[in-house]
Design a protein around this ligand. Structure first.
Ligand SMILES: [Zn+2]
Length: 207
């Protein structure tokens, strides 16, 4: 309970901080992956963004977004599906952006990672490493991230070069891999190893 209240308080503080910054927009490029992900400290309103992007964009209300059939949310924030966005995903104060075209070939866990990374920006601000760690924590806590998914994320991210705000992809992979191992190792929600694998139904007692 204490944890829940604490993270709610944190989330609220983050939301307020982001909301305050909306009044002072000077950078219109969205917090991003390859350098132009967007900004969670300044940016257009949802309405303005939709007008800028035009008819190709699609607004998905809170609670309605599914990635490969899996429902996702980021508090009460909506998501704009923008096939022309210059990265896989992005974040502006109060809403997320996904490039449906770019993410379409990725595995489900990589898609969930991208969405969760962008969601992380909503709570923890512009820090790219913290947004990555937010996504990994969420994946373990909510049960969608397993060892295979962690490998998929590393394969995906390791192709990316770093820039002024993003560490090089291989380094991001290592940071997330380490966090994943710690979360699993510290009695995280996920069972590991064959000992925890469900036993197959058999016809009769072992011979
Ligand atoms: Zn980011």
């Amino acid at each position: 309970m204490r944890d829940g209240r604490a993270s709610f308080g944190l989330a609220l503080a983050g939301a307020v901080a982001i909301a305050l910054c909306v009044a002072n927009p000077h950078a219109l490029s969205a917090q991003e992956w390859s350098g132009s992900e967007g900004s969670t400290t300044a940016g257009p309103s949802l309405k303005d963004y939709l007008e800028q992007v035009g008819p190709d964009a699609k607004l998905i209300a809170h609670g309605e977004l599914k990635l490969d059939g899996k429902g996702v949310n980021c508090g009460k924030r909506p998501t704009v599906l923008n096939p022309n966005f210059d990265s896989w995903g992005g974040a502006f104060p109060g809403f997320l952006i996904l490039n449906t075209k770019k993410i379409s070939g990725l595995s489900t866990q990589v898609k969930l990672y991208i969405y969760s990374h962008e969601c992380g920006h909503q709570f923890i601000g512009a820090d790219e490493t913290q947004a990555d760690l937010f996504a990994i924590r969420r994946g373990v806590k909510w049960g969608w991230l397993d060892a295979q998914g962690m490998e998929d994320i590393c394969t995906f991210i390791s192709q990316l070069k770093g820039d002024g705000v993003h560490p090089p992809g291989p380094q991001r992979c290592e940071t997330m891999r380490k966090a994943y191992r710690e979360l699993i190792g510290s009695g995280g929600q996920q069972a590991t190893g064959s000992a925890a694998a469900p036993k197959a139904q058999t016809l009769g007692p072992a011979q």
